[in-house]
Design a protein around this ligand. Structure first.
Ligand code: NAP
Length: 212
């Protein structure tokens, strides 16, 4: 009997990464371990669909910071798919492209913040998204998982039935770190050392980001 071909498990770490920090890196590493992934592809959003924020760095800068942050980990790679695509960065377009690239033997796991996942049903082609991938929702400590499950990610009724088997929740203590707090710290001249990799901090200071 021919040997059964191995399936390929790919994590897709979606986020704005404005900037990337240790909370994101710990999340990706934990997903790699818990879900036995073969690798994690960091996917900085080119134009995030639900955001109109003047504080967002240009896509190339967020991409570069993500490359710097992940350089030392052989299981992490960074994709330019959303950076290079024109228009808003819809997750459905990204997942369809990844399916084309990796073929039918790949299982995709979309990893992102729980706050984003809770709005999943409002995303473009939500039904199709739920067919194409599983979601790993990372939460900060102190987030009430019960409340979260009941009220947000897993609503009662038909929508809940669709979402329930497709969303896993992963609590990540390091997500006490947030990009918003890092930008605020930079603006106020407070330290960001040990919150982001050294190379990321150096590049932020060198370019004078969020200094007004
Ligand atoms: P966001 O609203 O900026 O983030 C929501 C929360 O999740 C924030 O607390 C954020 O913390 C955290 N977070 C974001 N990415 C994370 C990650 N990979 N791991 C752990 N925590 C994370 O979310 P966003 O960045 O705009 O969107 C997240 C992903 O969902 C992106 O890939 C985006 O393209 C996708 N999305 C798609 C659609 C669509 O297709 N219509 C709509 C909305 C979002 P930090 O601020 O510290 O990162």
């Amino acid at each position: 009997m021919p040997a059964k071909k191995k399936r390929y498990r790919i994590g897709v770490m979606g986020g704005t990464f404005n900037p990337i920090h240790y909370g994101h890196l710990v999340t990706a590493e934990e997903a790699l371990y818990q879900f036995k992934l073969d690798k994690v592809i960091f996917m900085p959003a080119g134009k995030p669909p639900h955001k109109r924020d003047s504080e967002i760095l240009p896509p190339e800068e967020r991409y570069l910071l993500t490359v710097i942050a992940t350089a030392s980990n052989p299981d992490f790679v960074v994709s330019r798919l959303e950076i290079d695509r024109k228009g808003l960065s819809y997750t459905i377009d990204t997942l369809l492209e990844l399916h084309q690239i990796y073929g039918p033997r790949a299982d995709l796991f979309f990893i992102t913040g729980a706050d984003a996942v809770w709005e999943l049903l409002t995303w473009k082609d939500a039904d199709k998204l739920l067919e194409l991938t599983e979601f790993i929702a990372a939460t900060r400590p102190g987030y009430s998982l019960e409340k979260f499950k009941k009220l947000h990610v897993l609503p009662e009724g038909k929508a809940g039935e669709k979402l329930r088997p497709k969303v896993s929740i992963m609590e990540i203590p390091a997500l006490a770190i947030s990009s918003t707090d890092i930008r605020q710290r930079v603006r106020e001249g407070r330290p960001i050392r040990y919150l982001v990799p050294e190379g990321v901090a150096s590049y932020i200071y060198k370019c004078g980001f969020w200094k007004d």
